[in-house]
Design a protein around this ligand. Sequence first.
Ligand code: NAD
Length: 257
Amino acid sequence: MWPETVAVTGAGSGIGRAVLVAAAARGARVAALDVDASAATAAAAAARAAGAADAVAVACDVSSEASVATAFAAVADAVGDPGAVFANAGIEVNAPVHAFPAADWERVVAVNLVGVFLTCREALRRLVDAGRGGSVVCTSSPAAFVGHSGGGNSAYAASKGGVSAFVRSAALDYAPHGIRVNAVVPGATDTAMLTAGGADPDRIRAAAATQVPLGRLGRPDEVAAAVLWLLSEESSYVTGSHLVCDGGLMAKSANDF
Ligand SMILES: NC(=O)c1ccc[n+]([C@@H]2O[C@H](COP(=O)([O-])OP(=O)(O)OC[C@H]3O[C@@H](n4cnc5c(N)ncnc54)[C@H](O)[C@@H]3O)[C@@H](O)[C@H]2O)c1
């Protein structure tokens, strides 16, 4: 059975927006949570156009305990408590460790890891209370498993490694409740994040694509298809898992000589 209500963090852009719209196209009621309120509003409008039974936009900073609690209360009022939640909001700041400002390092961990914890905590409390099971999906990254040859990725990698460990641990805690917790591992996906901070987005896209065995970047809708499977009952026997959607990137040895 497809969940009636789906909440997505980081829904204003990229992978989150693609998941929101894909869930809407299946007729779900959807909630678009994003720190960028206008992006969330636009995503909710796109979800309505795609066929959502209902759609609400909620401003939410996932790194703030109060903001996440307020946002989930607003979602419950507007469209009901979600049976499926995609904890996806993330940021990337890169610098070599010796030059990394502590505030920037902490901000990456606050959004990517603490934000996943706060989102999942709110979701899980409500799912446990409802007593009908459910599905939570978190966004990890290849950086959780392998080093990024571009360098400077310590904060992002540590945050995503934390997300992957969190998912395995939470999956065990909530399996007795019939609530599944999984991660999606997108590869180089063509979103704002991929080219953020770069002077030449086309050069970054082309360079990234050459690293991928399938020879191209991933599209947000391709990652969304993987996430929708995890959110749905089609993956009813899958928990504590990572679904890698990366065009073969992580299967590749660096020793290409
Ligand atoms: N694009 C890739 O290549 C790639 C690869 C692996 C993993 N990821 C992960 O996928 C997820 C989505 O990224 P994307 O590529 O769609 O990027 P994106 O920049 O297009 O979207 C990220 C969204 O998160 C929102 N956001 C940022 N900080 C937030 C906060 N504190 N609270 C709420 N929302 C916040 C942004 O406003 C934005 O709408 C991230 O967790 C990212 O780390 C992306």
